[in-house]
Design a protein around this ligand. Structure first.
Ligand code: GLU
Length: 358
């Protein structure tokens, strides 16, 4: 499960101890007969309050400093409350660099599996003090979804300050209706996710949808429920989600799941309809002939987003050529590559083995 900053803090940024105590009791109850992991936000918010700042800092060094102050306070309180309930907790701080490196990703998985074997509840946050914006996961909804896939969890519960996903922003539109079940994240669903956010929190509905896309692709269900209502977690676990539940999809295989959502996306390749069809329907590799354009300064070996002619991303993959090379060979047949680049590289721009349909 994941708790957001606004769930565990007062609007002033100070820890809401009563709320945390209740949550911890509920999590401990949920952990009976289950392996449970908690992704928690709050380090930057709590650190900012401790430092006497009235708003979440905006510069990277100030965020890093606030996180360094807040993370200790956060763990101190979880450690105390979980210990009172007879549970051992562990702190795990991860960055995009950890998850994006296959070996480090697997190392993290082994450590978490071992903690589960000791019946410890791992408490995860992004290592904000060392992760600058360019290489950050950036929001804990996404981090929680990546962790859901990493540990192969069946369910991700996002404990939020909203009741679920609505047809419109319920704070602005009294006719807004909560959507109970989402079977598939369609473009219409994406449009519903407006810009939300509180004084100290980070995510809004958009990050929650991004998280749902990752979690459900790993074969997990994802629930969004209000974290301030006692009993919500137990209701989700008994199959009575009071918020919004996203149903699991056919899971991607281990390495492809990692590949699609963990390394940073370094650029974009736009393909024509024929190539899109060959990738989607016929299990083919992406050839230079199907590429109509590319964006970003990626290098060979980087992960890029593959978009159709309408601009919508439908796949990701590891590219065999630098952006500058791809610009020269786009639209060409593979046997023309050598004449243009002066060397014989790969026939494919992205090989099927390194390509994931989203
Ligand atoms: N890692 C950030 C923190 O602990 C939170 C990111 C988020 O709220 O999504 O403050």
């Amino acid at each position: 499960m994941k708790v957001g900053t606004s769930t565990i803090t007062h609007p002033s940024g100070k820890l809401n101890l009563e709320r945390i105590a209740t949550l911890v009791r509920e999590i401990v109850a949920a952990a009976k007969g289950r392996e449970v992991l908690l992704v928690t936000s709050g380090a930057i918010g709590i650190g900012s309050a401790r430092l006497g700042l009235t708003h979440k800092p905006t510069t990277i060094p100030a965020k890093q400093a606030a996180a360094a102050v807040g993370q200790g306070l956060l763990m101190q309180i979880y450690e105390k409350f979980f210990t009172e309930q007879g549970k051992i907790v562990a702190q795990i701080l991860l960055t995009r660099a950890d998850l994006g490196d296959r070996q480090r990703y697997l190392n993290a998985k082994n450590a978490l599996d071992t903690l589960f074997s000791y019946e410890v509840i791992p408490i995860v946050n992004e290592n904000d003090t060392v992760a600058v914006d360019e290489i950050k996961i950036g929001d804990n909804d996404t981090l929680a979804a990546n962790i859901t896939a990493l540990i192969g969890a069946d369910l991700l519960v996002i404990l939020s300050d909203v009741e679920g996903l609505y047809t419109a922003d319920p704070r602005l539109d009294p006719a807004a209706k909560k959507i109970d079940v989402i079977e598939e994240i369609t473009p219409e669903i994406e449009q519903l996710a407006g810009q939300a956010g509180s004084t100290f929190g980070t995510g809004g509905m958009q990050t929650k949808l991004a998280a749902a896309r990752i979690a459900t692709k790993s074969g997990a269900a994802m629930a969004i429920v209000h974290g301030g209502r006692e009993g919500n977690l137990a209701k989700v676990l008994s199959g009575q989600c009071p918020g919004t539940i996203f149903l699991p999809q056919e899971p991607l295989a281990g390495r492809k799941m990692w590949l699609a959502f963990n390394p940073p996306v370094c650029g974009k390749v736009i393909v024509d309809e024929g190539a899109e069809d060959a990738l989607r329907e016929r299990g083919k590799s992406l050839l230079p002939s199907g590429i109509v354009g590319c964006e970003g300064e990626f290098s060979a070996g980087d992960l890029v987003s593959i978009c159709g002619s309408a601009g919508r991303e439908f796949a990701r993959g590891l590219v065999n050529y630098d952006a500058s090379e791809l610009k020269k060979i786009k639209g060409l047949k593979s046997n023309q590559i050598e004449a243009v680049l002066g060397y014989r590289g790969y026939d494919e721009a992205i090989h099927r083995d390194n390509l994931v349909l989203l």
